[in-house]
Design a protein around this ligand. Structure first.
Ligand code: SAM
Length: 220
């Protein structure tokens, strides 16, 4: 039974890498290699490990989701990470994307507004040895100023605009990737870059669908 699940998961993982990531245009081999080794089934909700590598988000409790693998890859790629980078993630959820980011850079600081999710992710990441990932419970729309500036910031929930606090915490040359828009309406994934002089430029990376960013600099 367990062996059959293992074989099924292995096939599903390969399908994710070739069909859902590389096949849909993810070209950063470091991102694909990271997602080849992070055991997504351990971050999936209890009893749904067999669905872990499917091309869709899964519920993780508190009305939240672990993002679709393609979206995790697309956002990680859009951050243009180098091994020495320090990254802030807003929206830890299950901790899966933090683990992926942890394999791509030197330190990840991730913030989650639901205590139970933050604690679950912290315990699992520790158990799996992701010691470069630090989890904090709180309002990530305000960032995590103690560890700023960051080389990259990723927000896994859609806000009304880019929070000023996050812009302030992005270092020169930094990239910030987040969805903007309402829950019911169209959301756009945007990337902002901070120039060496401190100005910001923005690109739209396409339409997406995320849970709302709830917080002081998100939705009420
Ligand atoms: N990256 C996660 C993963 O791999 O499982 C999935 C993130 S889920 C799509 C979005 C998360 O953002 C939810 O867990 C939600 O509670 C969280 N969130 C929403 N607003 C937040 C805020 N202001 N601060 C921190 N987390 C927030």
């Amino acid at each position: 039974m367990a062996a059959a699940l293992d074989r099924g998961l292995e096939r599903a993982r390969q399908r994710m890498l070739t069909r859902h990531l590389a096949g849909r245009g993810i070209g950063d081999q470091r991102v694909i290699d990271a997602m080849a080794v992070v055991p997504r089934e351990l971050f999936a909700p209890r009893g749904r490990a067999h669905e872990a590598y499917a091309d869709r988000p899964l519920p993780i409790g508190m009305g939240q989701t672990i993002s679709q693998p393609y979206m995790v890859a697309r956002m990680a790629e859009a951050l243009e990470l180098s091994p020495g980078d320090r990254v802030l993630e807003v929206g830890t959820g299950s901790g899966y994307s933090a683990a992926v980011l942890g394999r791509l850079c030197t330190a990840v600081y991730t913030v989650e507004r639901h205590t139970s999710l933050a604690e679950g992710a912290r315990a699992l990441l520790h158990k799996l040895g992701y010691d470069s990932v630090r989890v904090r419970y709180g309002d990530g729309s305000l960032g995590w100023p103690e560890h700023a500036p960051y080389d990259a910031i990723v927000v896994a929930a859609a806000g009304p605009g880019v929070p000023g606090s996050l812009r302030d915490q992005l270092g020169p040359g930094g990239r910030l990737v987040m969805p903007l828009g309402t829950g019911g309406g169209r959301q756009a994934l945007v990337r902002e870059r901070r120039s060496a002089m401190g100005g910001f430029s923005r690109e739209e990376l396409g339409s997406v669908r995320f849970v709302p960013l709830i917080g002081d600099e998100g939705w009420a």
